[in-house]
Design a protein around this ligand. Structure first.
Ligand SMILES: Cc1ncc(COP(=O)(O)O)c(C=O)c1O
Length: 362
């Protein structure tokens, strides 16, 4: 499977119905959407025959306020994934640099539009992002994609490394595209010091990708943003279709970012459960957990003598989905990625892993 969260394909491959699967393969808030979002959506159902606001006014005001960026720097889309394709198309990006292992859609979008991808591979097992590794690779490149925190490693760019990268790409006239789809899982203090948001305005070659689907549990509804200077956004507007964010999603976005209690609860839950999972998974024979800063864990299973594919299939037969991460470029066949969920779910995962381990004679 190309991405996590495909409970539909799992049901076809391993039986049962999609709802039977406990999904650790997509990195979405285990609390589900904020309650206010569900109420808002229910009350809006009688209005489904209306077109949504094609200017996304309320949504952009609310999200601009939440992120502390200017409203006219926001460009909404039907999830960040859509915006990656739109960006590549609108700016005609033909030669890009990608830091692997990372989310596969940057490369797919560029190649789908006839462009070429150059890659830098970060070294296992640390996968530490360093500006030095990248600055030597920028010749002839129009844009650099980085993912922050990175999927699948959970690694964040240290503030000083990111600052170096921003300056270096700016000097060379290379666009810097920073995907912050998972940034909200950091603490507000970490976001303040680490997010590339603080460079917007001063560095106009910077483009941010931001998503409401992960942190706000709205993956099925689809809401993402591209954040860039109005000059860059004007180029996107020329090719973008209208009504990219539907009526329900626009209302949901406004409600979601207002709910501060939900945001705090999410951070508390994920932090506590991540520590729990990290510790307990690390105790399983042959498992090695690689620390990261997002709401998921990259786990090396080589010590079990079985591949990620074998683990994924054995768990799926028990109706538990984890992400076989072996199709991330730069990872060998021994990595799985596990999302942090609520305690009862995490206990089910651990019990299933122990059962599979016994089956494997561990
Ligand atoms: C790093 C990263 N960026 C973007 C996306 C796409 O997010 P969205 O749901 O907003 O399209 C994903 C989805 O897995 C992702 O991992």
């Amino acid at each position: 499977m190309e991405h996590g969260g495909n409970i539909f394909a799992a049901a076809v491959a391993f039986g049962g119905s999609p709802e039977d699967y406990l999904d650790f393969s997509s990195n979405v808030n285990p609390l589900g959407p904020p309650v206010g979002v569900l109420e808002k959506i229910s009350s809006a159902l009688p209005y489904l025959s209306r077109y949504p606001d094609p200017e996304y006014r309320d949504l952009c005001w609310a999200v601009a306020d939440y992120l502390g960026v200017k409203q006219d720097w926001l460009f909404p889309g039907n999830g960040t994934a859509e915006l990656i394709y739109l960006l590549v198309c609108a700016l005609g990006l033909r030669r890009v640099l990608i830091v692997e292992p990372t989310f596969s859609e940057y490369a797919r979008a560029v190649e789908a539009h006839g462009g070429q991808v150059k890659r830098v591979f970060l070294a296992a097992p640390e996968f530490e992002p360093r500006a030095e590794l990248i600055r030597t690779q920028l010749d002839g490149v129009e844009a650099l994609f980085i993912c922050h925190p990175n999927n699948p490693t959970g690694k964040v760019w240290p503030a000083e490394e990111l600052a170096l990268l921003v300056e270096e790409t700016g000097k060379r006239g290379v666009l810097l595209i920073v995907d912050e789809a998972f940034i909200d899982f950091l603490t507000p203090e970490e976001i303040k010091s680490l997010s590339a948001k603080k460079f917007l305005g001063r560095f106009r070659h910077l483009i941010l990708l931001y998503s409401l689907t992960k942190f706000f549990g709205l993956a099925g509804l689809r809401i993402g943003f591209l954040i860039a200077s109005p000059e860059i956004l004007a180029r996107l507007k020329r090719v973008a279709p209208p009504w990219r964010v539907n009526l329900l999603a626009q209302l949901a976005g406004v409600e979601a970012v207002k709910d501060h209690a939900y945001q705090t609860l999410t951070r508390e839950l994920v932090s506590k459960e991540k520590a729990f999972l990290e510790r307990e998974l690390g105790r399983l024979p042959g498992f090695e957990v690689l620390p990261g800063q997002a709401n998921f864990l990259l786990v090396r299973v080589e010590g079990t003598g079985k591949t990620a594919g074998e683990w994924t299939a054995s768990l799926a037969r028990r109706r538990i989905l984890v992400r076989d991460a072996s199709n991330f470029l730069g990872l060998d066949p021994y990595y799985i990625r596990v999302a942090v969920r609520k305690r009862e779910d995490n206990l089910r995962l651990l019990a299933a892993c122990k059962e599979v381990g016994k089956e494997y004679g561990l």
